[in-house]
Structure formats: structure tokens, C-alpha cells
Design a protein around this ligand. Structure first.
Ligand SMILES: C[S@@+](CC[C@H](N)C(=O)[O-])C[C@H]1O[C@@H](n2cnc3c(N)ncnc32)[C@H](O)[C@@H]1O
Length: 308
């Protein structure tokens, strides 16, 4: 079962209450959703979105005790505004994949177990990781691995992939990258264990297959517009690319004028729509990281709607 990350902190941030409307844009296994429903008993409503239909089947069973307080939608959160959900008192986005998705080899997210190079969170989407690996020109593949994986050896990896393709299985790709980049796992001693050399390339492919950064950029204005006055938006990100997008957008929306600093007079007429609640992102405690290593890179940022 997926362990919800920063659960206490998310509930403290959203302050669910009876009669409130809550949106979980990444409902997954429903850990955050169940806690939100409990805290907003007896009549808070929860709208749970997920682009993975199989997650919705499981979460529907898990949340069945909450009856008609739960509304599940098979949808990408980047089309939040299309669902006619009432103004929300709290919205959560807990980005990325769930442990359930990661731990199923047939979904192709992990190189620890062999599976097809798929990586689609929404299995009805068109393009798989194998499509990108086997068809992108070498330069585009290198750019993708560099941009979304922040992988400095992206050119070497892309060249080797293009020479050896087609690839269909995660293990074959991970082995090739380990050969190209070289991998000596560190055991014992005080040094931190080295991450597997395929980690960054797999992250890059997953981000590209699911257009994760595009979806995040598209949902931010919709989520803020969806908040009731005083409503809060909480976002948990897992890598610097996501966190940078969230932080910059929040900073921009919290300002009255977004004209370039060298411009003496404001012409943008931009008005702040939110207050930033977390000046610095909230990160998990050592105890949480020990219990759930997946939490180690999590960052939670929270804003509140000014509601003009
Ligand atoms: C980290 S898990 C969420 C776990 C959840 N908070 C819990 O407590 O179980 C992320 C979930 O969001 C879904 N997801 C990721 N990006 C999405 C998007 N753009 N639209 C809708 N669902 C998305 C994934 O399919 C996955 O089930």
C-alpha cells in the first residue's frame, strides 16, 4: 500500500472542516483523501481525481465507508476546470507516481524489476517510454534526458541507446546505461550509497511520457481559480524541476505587480490572488524518511486564496 507523504503536515495545512469542499487532484491510494474525509466529518465532500483508472477502482473500495461524500473522477488534473466542482476550501496535489504504480513491473516505471518500457500513468494515453526511446532522433533524446533527468552524461547515453535500439524492456535499458556510465554500488562505510546510473534517465522518460511538467504548469492557474476565498492549495513535489515551477508561480501570484523590475511604472495591472503560507517548503522528518524512504525528496508548499 502507498504510504501518504507528509500526512500530518498536509492535514494541518488544509484544516479540513465539516461542510468543506476538498479536491485531491492525485487521489492515488487515498491516504490523504481518507484523512481529509475523517477530519471534515460528518459532511465534508471530497472530489478525487486520478488519471490512472486502476487506482480509482482500489480507492473507491478504500473510501466506500464515506459513502456519497466521495466523488471520484478519471481525469488528468490539468483539466480541473472542466468538472464543475464547487469552489474548494482545500486542494491537494501530491505529484508523481504512487508506490502501487512503481511496484508493478508491468507498468515499467522501475528498473529494479524487469518489465515493458511503458511508464504511462494513464494506460489509455498514446505514447509509451519505448516509443520515445525507439523513435526520437538522438539529439532530441539527449535533450530530453538532460532537461528532465538533469543527467550530465545525456549525450553519451543517447548515443548508446540509438546504436543499440530497439529496446522493449526496462532491464535491458538500465543495463545499457550502467555499462555506458559505469556503476560501482558503494557498500558499507560512511559514504552515501550511489544512485543507480539509470535513475535520472528513467525519471526523464517518465516526466516526458506523462508530460508531468506541462500538466503542473497548466493546473496551477486552474487550482488557484478553483479555491474559495480563504481556501488553501497544498502541493507536494519530489524533484527540483517540479518544485521550481510551483515556487515561481506562487511567488508571481502573491505579487501585485509582475512588471520587469527595470520598468518604472506598472503596466501589467496584475493583482495578487494568494498569500504564501510556507515561506520555506515543509520537508519530512527523519523519522518519516526512515519509515518511508520515498518521502526523502518531498517538499510541501502551501498558499491561501485572497479571494477578491
Ligand atoms: C503520489 S501518488 C498520490 C498518492 C495519494 N496522495 C495517497 O495518499 O495515496 C500520485 C497519483 O496521482 C496520479 N497522477 C499523477 N499525475 C496526475 C495528473 N496529471 N492528473 C491526474 N492524476 C495524476 C497518479 O496516477 C498517482 O495515482
Amino acid at each position: 500500500m502507498h504510504k501518504p507523504v507528509l500526512l500530518t503536515e498536509v492535514i494541518a495545512a488544509l484544516q479540513p472542516r465539516s461542510g468543506g469542499i476538498y479536491i485531491d487532484g492525485t487521489v492515488g491510494a487515498g491516504g490523504h483523501a481518507a484523512a481529509t474525509l475523517e477530519a471534515s466529518a460528518p459532511d465534508g465532500q471530497l472530489y478525487g481525481l486520478d488519471q490512472d483508472e486502476s487506482a480509482l477502482v482500489l480507492v473507491g473500495e478504500r473510501l466506500s465507508d464515506f459513502g456519497d461524500r466521495v466523488h471520484l473522477l478519471h481525469a488528468n488534473f490539468d483539466r480541473l476546470h472542466q468538472h464543475q466542482i464547487p469552489p474548494a476550501d482545500g486542494i491537494l496535489l501530491d505529484l508523481g507516481v504512487s508506490s502501487m504504480q512503481f511496484d508493478q513491473p508491468e507498468r515499467g516505471f522501475s528498473f529494479q524489476a524487469d518489465g515493458p518500457l511503458d511508464m504511462r500513468m494513464d494506460p489509455s494515453a498514446a505514447e509509451t517510454a519505448a516509443d520515445l526511446i525507439n523513435h526520437l532522433p538522438e539529439g532530441d533524446l539527449a535533450d530530453l534526458i538532460y532537461r528532465y533527468g538533469e543527467e550530465r552524461q545525456s549525450r553519451r547515453i543517447a548515443r548508446a541507446i540509438v546504436q543499440d535500439r530497439p529496446f522493449e524492456q526496462t532491464q535491458d535499458l538500465a543495463d545499457l546505461i550502467a555499462r555506458v556510465v559505469g556503476f560501482k554500488p558503494r557498500r558499507g562505510g560512511r559514504q552515501k550509497p550511489k544512485i543507480h546510473p539509470a535513475t535520472r534517465t528513467f525519471q526523464a522518460l517518465r516526466i516526458a511520457v506523462n508530460d508531468e511538467l506541462g500538466a503542473l504548469e497548466r493546473v496551477l492557474p486552474q487550482a488557484i481559480a478553483q479555491l474559495a476565498p480563504g481556501g488553501r492549495l497544498a502541493i507536494i513535489s519530489f524533484h527540483s524541476l517540479e518544485d521550481r515551477i510551483v515556487k515561481k508561480y506562487f511567488q508571481q501570484e502573491a505579487r501585485d505587480c509582475i512588471c520587469p523590475p527595470e520598468q518604472p511604472i506598472c503596466t501589467c495591472r496584475h493583482k495578487a490572488t494568494i498569500h504564501i503560507i510556507t515561506k520555506k517548503p515543509i520537508t519530512p522528518s527523519l523519522a518519516e524518511i526512515t519509515e518511508n524512504p520515498r518521502a526523502r525528496s518531498a517538499k510541501l508548499r502551501v498558499v491561501e486564496s485572497i479571494g477578491k
